[in-house]
Design a protein around this ligand. Structure first.
Ligand code: FAD
Length: 511
């Protein structure tokens, strides 16, 4: 039997349940689709600019790895509801397999694909692979359908046992007639299939518009439009920036995993200091694209005999924060723009494009935030502590809708993730399920003194060549970040944020 294996957020060939099942059944042909949402809005959130770059690079590595296994990899762009059934039928595949995804709009799409396949007499099956625990495997005993608070979630999720990673699959030698079918499908489906370089993953603003929230005062809805779109002068050529920092693909992921022991040693303490380049694992884009499975990471951590139990536990806890974000994302639609606490739909945010542009470019005059925003622009990644501080400045001191910051991160982070990004933004903005209380406004100056006491991080990103932010702003003339006057007074803006929060609450009670 022939299986069409549909790769999505699982760009690896090891510990891959769907691949293993497909090889157990027989022959395998693989496909990856640059997906657009279909007319009903079903499908994953379209990739942002930085994740498009990552996907382009990672897929080439996947192609090489699959080649060694004798598995051809096809590419296509468009709506999967059309492409997958058509290609599967033309290949005369018996089954289509994939690793499950969990956001409501993606699940709806996968169900639609499965129905379409069934109508053509083709079986389909989704397998686990991206999470340690399926979102429905942990249910609170209370009336709520899902956990809204992390700690009880964690306590329950840890009780669910996690299997060991799967052994590697063996290479196949594709029979002649199937090879011929693949060639015929390639020839005859030029309207559906493409070469990877035709997917326009590296081109500015050519892709399907990703989601952008346009604030309408008091309204909960969002218009959809990319923030780094066609003709936007800020769109960078990633080769000159983030490509210098990363080796996408499952081979690079395995190398990163080899360094995991060094990163986890001291993690409980070091993880909060952005100036420590070894402080955290930097595995987030690998997990985002499934270049390594969380279960493989858990097995690696278990094998790190010489690393302290406290450090290991602290790190594994963060892996479960990712699980928790997917648990929420599974249960709650539209997390990228709809606040989980509904009263926040009426929060009196400001409309201030200049402040937004200054924040994006790392020119707020607040050193820790500017350093973080430039690290993001240059590397596609930002340290977690600085993400929290930058998000707090945007959503509280600047009183800008958190959705605008979330969208910027979506376009510029290589780990931009449909669960972690909106859930973390909602957490910082105070409107999430398990949000930090609104009055917890980070003081970025105090955070800098505490977590970057020697100024290593701020100097690294605000000085010299590294200091270029979005918009080609050269920091040559403001190398200490201090030449730009702060665009807000931290004390006054904190008071204004608390007043805005009170206004929201009293509007609610008078309703
Ligand atoms: P490590 O500290 O080594 O942690 C290991 C892994 O655990 C990470 O790779 C990640 O998968 C997971 N993890 C760690 N911290 C968190 C967390 N707070 N929440 C959820 N999972 C976590 N993470 C993303 O993967 N994608 C995003 O789009 C994203 N957006 C964020 C936006 C904001 C405003 C904030 C405050 C946080 C965001 N995070 C996001 C969470 C966190 O900042 C990153 O996962 C982390 O910085 C990645 O670095 P690392 O791989 O070195 O993490």
């Amino acid at each position: 039997p022939l299986t069409l294996l549909w790769f999505r957020d699982d760009l690896r060939v090891t510990d891959h349940e769907a691949l293993t099942a497909a090889r157990d059944d027989g022959d395998v042909v693989a496909i990856w689709v640059r997906e657009e949402r279909d007319a009903e809005g079903r499908g994953p959130r379209p990739l942002g600019a930085a994740t498009r770059w990552w996907a382009h690079e990672s897929l080439q590595v996947l192609g090489t790895e699959l080649d060694e296994l004798g598995i051809p990899l096809l590419f296509a762009a468009g709506t999967a509801t059309q492409i997958i059934p058509e290609v599967a039928a033309d290949l005369e595949a018996d089954t289509v397999r994939w690793s499950r995804r969990y956001a409501p709009a993606s699940r709806a799409l996968d169900e639609a694909v499965a129905r379409e396949l069934e109508a053509r007499g083709i079986a389909s099956e989704g397998s686990p692979g991206s999470l340690l625990v399926e979102p429905w495997e942990v249910e609170p005993s209370s009336a709520s359908a899902y956990y809204k608070v992390f700690t009880p979630y964690w306590n329950a999720a840890r009780q669910v046992s996690v299997d060991l990673p799967l052994p590697a699959v063996t290479a196949q030698s594709l029979p002649r007639d199937i090879r011929d079918r693949v060639e015929r499908v390639r020839r005859e489906n030029a309207h559906l299939l493409a070469e990877i370089d035709d997917l326009e993953l590296l081109e500015a603003g050519t892709g399907p518009a990703s989601t952008r929230f346009t604030p309408r005062s008091g309204a909960g809805g969002g218009a959809k439009e990319s923030s780094l779109g066609e003709g936007d002068p800020r769109f960078p050529w990633w080769e000159d920036t983030i490509a210098r920092y990363w080796t996408p693909g499952c081979v690079g992921a395995r190398e990163a995993v080899d360094r995991l022991g060094e990163r986890i040693a001291g993690y409980a303490e070091d993880r909060d200091f952005p100036g420590d380049p070894e402080g955290t694992s930097a595995l987030s884009p690998r997990l985002r694209f499934g270049e390594i499975s969380p279960r493989q990471l858990l097995a690696e951590v278990d094998a790190l005999g010489d690393v302290g139990a406290g450090d290991r536990e602290a790190w594994v806890r963060q892996i479960y924060w990712r699980e928790f974000a997917w648990h929420l994302t599974y249960h709650v639609p539209d997390l990228d723009w709809r606040p989980m606490r509904p009263e926040f739909a009426d929060f009196p945010y400001e409309d201030d494009p200049e402040a937004l542009a200054a924040w994006q470019a790392g020119r707020t005059g607040i050193a820790l935030v500017d350093a973080g925003m430039r690290q993001l622009w240059q590397t596609g990644w930002m340290h977690n502590r600085v993400r929290m501080v930058a998000a707090s400045l945007l959503s509280k001191n600047l009183l800008l809708p958190w959705q605008l910051g979330e969208q910027w991160f979506w376009d510029t982070l290589v780990d931009a993730d449909e669960a972690n990004n909106p859930v973390s933004w909602q957490w910082v903005a105070g409107c999430g399920a398990d949000a930090s209380p609104f009055f917890r406004v980070f003081n970025p100056e105090r955070q800098r003194v505490r977590f970057d006491p020697d100024g290593v991080y701020v100097r690294q990103w605000l000085e010299g060549d590294a200091g270029e932010g979005a918009g080609g702003v050269d920091a040559g003339d403001d190398s200490d970040g201090g030449a730009v006057a702060p665009i807000v007074d931290l004390g006054e803006s904190r008071q204004a944020a608390l007043a805005a929060y009170d206004a929201m609450k009293s509007a609610q009670t008078s309703d």
